[in-house]
Design a binder for this molecule. Structure first.
Ligand SMILES: *[C@@H]1O[C@H](CO)[C@@H](O)[C@H](O)[C@H]1NC(C)=O
Ligand SMILES: *[C@@H]1O[C@H](CO)[C@@H](O)[C@H](O)[C@H]1NC(C)=O
Ligand SMILES: *[C@@H]1O[C@H](CO)[C@@H](O)[C@H](O)[C@H]1NC(C)=O
Ligand SMILES: *[C@@H]1O[C@H](CO)[C@@H](O)[C@H](O)[C@H]1NC(C)=O
Ligand SMILES: *[C@@H]1O[C@H](CO)[C@@H](O)[C@H](O)[C@H]1NC(C)=O
Ligand SMILES: *[C@@H]1O[C@H](CO)[C@@H](O)[C@H](O)[C@H]1NC(C)=O
Ligand SMILES: *[C@@H]1O[C@H](CO)[C@@H](O)[C@H](O)[C@H]1NC(C)=O
Ligand SMILES: *[C@@H]1O[C@H](CO)[C@@H](O)[C@H](O)[C@H]1NC(C)=O
Ligand SMILES: *[C@@H]1O[C@H](CO)[C@@H](O)[C@H](O)[C@H]1NC(C)=O
Ligand SMILES: *[C@@H]1O[C@H](CO)[C@@H](O)[C@H](O)[C@H]1NC(C)=O
Ligand SMILES: CC(=O)N[C@H]1CO[C@H](CO)[C@@H](O)[C@@H]1O
Ligand SMILES: CC(=O)N[C@H]1CO[C@H](CO)[C@@H](O)[C@@H]1O
Length: 555
């Protein structure tokens, strides 16, 4: 009698534990085709991350087509103690032909009380292995990864630039999942109200009200599109045409976004950790030959909060070392079976103060297994980052560096950013938008904010930014007409590496700033200058540069 009465209680406890253990934090899946065998069967290696409260393994199931048989290995990638754990599963599938097939992972429950009311999880992958007419090979999916949870304070602007690398050179686009399409890509797919998604896979968060604080479920689908019309040919001989509007494969990218309480400041380097060199630029492409260990040094600073950990996602055999406060090293040694493949690694640095947690910007790199291609054009000469000196135009961005400093964002040709000096643009437009009441803009990424914050008196001011070692260079701020000139005098040695201190390095930036607050006010200007400096440092320039406003003019 006692025994039978206690039985249900025990069961209940187990359920509670099991439910706690299974809280879902998202998933991501990619694939690489391997061999086509003589009998027409194909081997494909499918890698996926499963994120749960506890470290756990679970299997995807077959959704459509013939998914063949699988063998898999798994390992823990990273965990945030008592919060989440990410497991990587490398599943090798042998399928009878190169016909497409679908995989699905569904169940419950996501983390509790999400603001967009997602409870059940569902994720879908479409594996396309037919022979492409352009490459003469089977398709490879886009390569990306994500952390189980990323954070942003509710008062701070932030862009999450997801990695969207395609080994076939396809165009990669992102969209939210669609729960009315036949594939039924999530259950349901309600997007977070606080994010705006660009098709190039940037999620932009803008400052929001405190009632929007809390966790959100982000359920994206990443797809690769051919850059011209191609045919896909099945072993049986049947063909299908894919135009530039037709996705070839589909992968899910699902994770949690935590909108945290207001931070006292959004300036990076105070509460929010700020990356410092030699941290690789976002979306940088790195190379690692088989059996050689790639070392990725990550450095971050937070003057007020305390940096507590690095959180990363990537191959499960990455080894993380802490080399000092805010100093981390990730080491990865690719194996022969990964030769020629490209694998994503993403990371954030987390800082804490009292009970608050603060994330740095989210960064990713793509690691291609093999030797770095030798530079073939003068623009990739490692001793010259870039030099766009046009007689009539202003943006002059020339510097001489050692190869180790070629990774800063400002010089990275692999990254796409709307508000960074680029090799082709002679003008850099920053649109800073502030609300009329506040004198201190909270925005850390001006361009994004301007599209989301209503501006009552939109206005544009152009100004020239100039950095010079010691002596302000008059021609740096040169020709162009427009107005507000910020100029920056940097102490010697700023842009150059320590090894070449005698080099004169001039950075001249002409910027157009839109602001709803009067730019004539000193504190507004100082804020803008600080933000630009932070942005430049964030993108790889030394932290000891200084900026000076030469002159300004309203347009
Ligand atoms: C794919 O097509 C190319 C040329 O069309 C051919 O050389 C190659 O053998 C094909 N590959 C497979 C696996 O059928
Ligand atoms: C979702 O899929 C359905 C059916 O394919 C389509 O009609 C609808 O436009 C899609 N929704 C979105 C938002 O793309
Ligand atoms: C694709 O197939 C169509 C029809 O079979 C053919 O006309 C066309 O030339 C093919 N295109 C390519 C790029 O192979
Ligand atoms: C990375 O850090 C290690 C240890 O601090 C150092 O020996 C190495 O030179 C650094 N590598 C780079 C590229 O900064
Ligand atoms: C700026 O440079 C571009 C090419 O570098 C040139 O075509 C254009 O005329 C220049 N504009 C001005 C205002 O000088
Ligand atoms: C960068 O942008 C250009 C044009 O905007 C695009 O062609 C290219 O694919 C992008 N590269 C990456 C890595 O996103
Ligand atoms: C430089 O600026 C001029 C005028 O602003 C523009 O016409 C030209 O296209 C720009 N050149 C480049 C390379 O962006
Ligand atoms: C800046 O604002 C102007 C006018 O609002 C807009 O046309 C332009 O595209 C914006 N530039 C950027 C870089 O956002
Ligand atoms: C800003 O650049 C424009 C063009 O260079 C130039 O005419 C103007 O004089 C510069 N502003 C100032 C003040 O430098
Ligand atoms: C400032 O730029 C605007 C558009 O960029 C241009 O029409 C105007 O002539 C420029 N003003 C000056 C002084 O160049
Ligand atoms: C860093 C920063 O400017 N933070 C400000 C953001 O906006 C709130 C109110 O709008 C201010 O209180 C913060 O100081
Ligand atoms: C570019 C731009 O938005 N300019 C605005 C400047 O401010 C005036 C009114 O103050 C607007 O009419 C312009 O559109």
């Amino acid at each position: 009698m006692i025994f039978t009465m206690s039985h249900p209680l025990l069961l209940l406890l187990l359920l509670v534990c099991s439910s706690q253990a299974s809280h879902f934090y998202g998933t991501v899946m990619t694939y690489y085709p391997k061999n086509t065998n003589a009998d027409g069967s194909v081997t494909v290696v499918i890698r996926y991350k499963l994120n749960f409260h506890n470290c756990g393994f679970n299997s995807w199931t077959c959704l459509s087509g013939n998914c063949g048989s699988e063998t898999s290995v798994q390992g823990t990638v990273d965990e945030e103690s008592s919060i989440w754990c990410q497991t990587e599963i490398i599943s090798t599938r042998l399928v009878p032909s190169n016909a497409p097939f679908g995989l699905v992972f569904n169940g419950g429950n996501w983390i509790r009380n999400t603001q967009n009311n997602i409870v059940s999880w569902r994720a879908v992958t479409l594996v396309e292995l037919r022979n492409r007419s352009d490459t003469g090979q089977a398709n490879t999916s886009p390569q990306t990864t994500i952390l189980p949870a990323v954070r942003v304070p509710s008062n701070c602007q932030r862009d999450f630039n997801l990695l969207a690398f395609d080994p076939d050179g396809d165009e990669v686009r992102c969209r939210y999942g669609n729960d009315t399409s036949p594939l039924n890509e999530c259950n349901p797919c309600t997007p977070p109200s606080v994010l705006s998604l660009s098709s190039s896979c940037t999620l932009s968060f803008s400052p929001t009200i405190s009632s929007n604080e809390g966790p959100y479920v982000v359920q994206l689908v990443m797809e690769d599109f051919p850059r011209q019309t191609i045919n896909l040919t099945q072993t049986s001989g049947s063909e299908e045409v894919k135009t530039t509007f037709d996705a070839i494969s589909k992968i899910p990218v699902q994770f949690a976004l935590r909108v945290d309480p207001v931070a006292p400041s959004c300036t990076e380097g105070l509460y929010l950790p700020k990356f410092l060199p030699p941290t690789p630029a976002n979306r940088a492409q790195l190379y690692a030959p088989v059996s050689q260990t790639l070392e990725i040094n990550i450095s971050a600073v937070a003057n007020i909060s305390n940096i507590s950990e690095l959180q990363f996602s990537g191959p499960h055999n990455i080894i993380e070392t802490t080399a000092g406060e805010g100093q981390f090293i990730l080491r990865w040694t690719p194996s022969e079976s990964e030769n020629g493949e490209s694998h994503p690694i993403c990371f954030v640095v987390q800082a804490e103060l009292n009970s608050a947690k603060y994330h740095s910007e989210f960064r990713c790199v793509i690691v291609t297994v093999g030797n770095e291609p030798t530079p073939s054009t003068p623009t990739t000469n490692p001793t010259t980052i870039l030099s766009t000196t046009t007689p009539q135009n202003t943006t002059t961005f020339s510097s001489t560096t050692t190869p180790q400093t070629t990774t800063p964002d400002a010089a990275s040709t692999t990254q796409n950013s709307t508000n960074v000096p680029s090799t082709t643009a002679n003008t850099t437009n920053f649109n800073l938008t502030t609300t009329p009441q506040t004198t201190t803009p909270n925005a850390t990424s001006p361009t994004q904010t301007s599209t989301n914050v209503p501006s009552t008196t939109a206005n544009t001011t152009n100004f020239n930014l100039t950095t010079t070692p010691q002596t302000p260079s008059p021609d740096a701020a040169s020709t162009t007409q427009n107005s507000t000139n910020h100029s920056v005098t940097a102490p010697k040695d700023t842009i150059t590496s320590p090894k070449t201190p005698s080099n004169q390095n001039v950075v001249a930036l002409r910027m157009r700033i839109s602001s709803t607050s009067p730019l004539s006010e000193d504190d507004i200007r100082n804020t803008i200058i600080q933000q630009i400096k932070d942005e430049l440092v964030k993108r790889g320039l030394p932290s000891d540069i200084s900026l000076r406003l030469v002159s300004s003019e309203e347009v």
